[in-house]
Design a protein around this ligand. Sequence first.
Ligand code: ADP
Ligand code: MG
Length: 704
Amino acid sequence: AKLAKTNGFAVHGNDTNPLVNRWNGRPYSKRYLEILEKRKTLPVWHQKEEFLQALKANQTLILVGETGSGKTTQIPQFVLEAVELEIPDKRRKFMVACTQPRRVAAMSVSRRVAEEMDVNIGEEVGYSIRFEDCSSSRTVLKYLTDGMLLREAMADPLLERYKVIILDEAHERTLATDVLFGLLKEVLKNRPDLKLVVMSATLEAEKFQGYFYGAPLMKVPGRLHPVEIFYTEEPERDYLEAAIRTIMQIHMCEPPGDILVFLTGEEEIEDACKKISKQVANAGDVYGPVKVVPLYSTLPPAMQQKIFDPAPPPVMVGGSPGRKIVVSTNVAETSLTIDGIVYVIDPGFSKQKVYNPRIRVESLLVSPISKASAHQRSGRAGRTQPGKCFRLYTEKSFNNDLQPQTYPEILRSNLANTVLTLKKLGIDDLVHFDFMDPPAPETLMRALEVLNYLGALDDDGNLTKLGEIMSEFPLDPQMAKMLVVSPEFNCSNEILSISAMLSIPNCFLRPREAQKAADEAKANFAHIDGDHLTLLNVYHAYKENNEDASWCYENFINPRAMKAADNVREQLVRIMVRYNLKLCSTDFNSCDYYIDIRKAMLAGYFMQVAHLERTGHYLTVKDKQVVHLHPSNCLNHKPEWVIYNEFVLTSRNFIRTVTDVHGEWILDIAPRYFNLENFPQCEAKRVLEKLYKKREREGEESKN
Ligand code: ADP
Ligand code: MG
């Protein structure tokens, strides 16, 4: 009966039988009861009643608790009970939303909660991330990325399907979460029945309180064990090498306990995993078995789940115990909690977005983390017992070089997409929008300017018909524009495939031990006019070979990436069809086939053009940044003009995924942007001037 009460069995006539799942009427599994016991030991359970009362009494609530205290997995379930009890008409559809900044977290946590509630994922508990909706009409609790909730608001401005919205990981201050803050503040005024819970792992919460009109703050004390912190004596030149060295030292010298290492991205992590496995194997059997597990956002769900597997058992009875080594991106900093971690290795870096509005370049850059991040990372070591954190930097560097907090993403991002979303949401006065941290005026200006050039906003800053359709695509404005206009170039089928290929992680496999073979395989797909067309070739070949995975491996193509591309394409097709955008192709045998595609791409990406200077290097048009073609390019020549998909900031500036375009096309397709009146002096300008003159002459000749 106690169980029945705490779980609020009140529906479907099951209030008399506590062993029947209220959600689907099935008897609870043994596993459910096991997990329930574990859940009850989480810190948030001690404050369940307090939380429910606070929720009842307030429209907005702020909850702060250490990572691992049960916020993400338990609070939404508490809310579910409370909300339902308040709804008189049981047939009325309601939902609880819980946002996550990261897709991996949304997927992983929803699966866990489905298990805790003893239901199938996608039914009562679901998740929604860009290009993947795993929810149904039965769904009552939905984990979704903050970006997805923002998209939902575009179609449902008052978010009427939700009774309670939980903004989780608020301390991460992602762009979408920041926009949701301002948006929800408005929505709450118009919907007195809606409730908002803001959850955060750090005590920046007072700032949240001030922002949300003094909403009550509830603190969940953590139960952290002490963590001993070690710094290096000297700065490390190569943090990857230092991390692996440290892992080996721990493995050989320290008592049992799992290791968590923070690295910056997929490639680095996969590389590290291989090296670690190799070194462990070389060290011999005396040290006990090791299981190395990677964790990053593009890892398929089944692989993500492996971080929760227990460490391997000793090889033989009485042998050394096994160790699990998790090599992860920032996602393990606060979004996911892995029990059993005793050692943390923190090289002090993460991939962060940077934006320079002056040259309009947004890039992901491996950058030093903040003190707050370093603190969170070390905390991961003390979850289940006292732990150790090895910081691969000096104490002096920690004190002097690290910033106290990471800057909110809104201050480091290109806002074109955000501004388009806000316009679509009917927010016209961006300057007075209630941002928790207002973005730089220059960044907003830049965004408005870009959208105006793309034709999404008119000269008064109002959303145009074109802009309206563009905003329906979950893509960057440039790509959305390219798609929307592609029927005019008679190549929307191909532009769809290219957009899909650009929206997935790199499809080319290049294993260290077979780089030459991989490069040769890639060369078979190469299109001399550009990487976009090469991607199109890959997509076509994949379809012609019946999406066969072994064909993929033979050709060093990642089948998972291709499957994802196909899925993305399908969803983009649906949006095209919904807005009556024609699906069409130029005849493949026509000499215009590739030309039409290149022109359509230019119609979206004309603000990402670089010109080959006489000195032999490329200069981005208007912004005049020296750039180099990324070594991965497939061109067999250096075109005079290229469009590029991405600006990569490293020791050198690279442009990646480039395609040859013609100067004449530029005049036709983007005359306003390439209007020479407001064009900085440069070689590109002189070349364009000549083209304009030539065109005038030709015009006059044809008149005569
Ligand atoms: P918080 O949001 O406060 O950081 P969570 O609700 O994410 O805490 O985690 C609570 C507990 O649930 C942690 O001990 C964590 O290890 C456990 N947990 C979460 N997801 C899984 C999973 N997929 N498998 C096993 N345990 C999990
Ligand atoms: Mg959490």
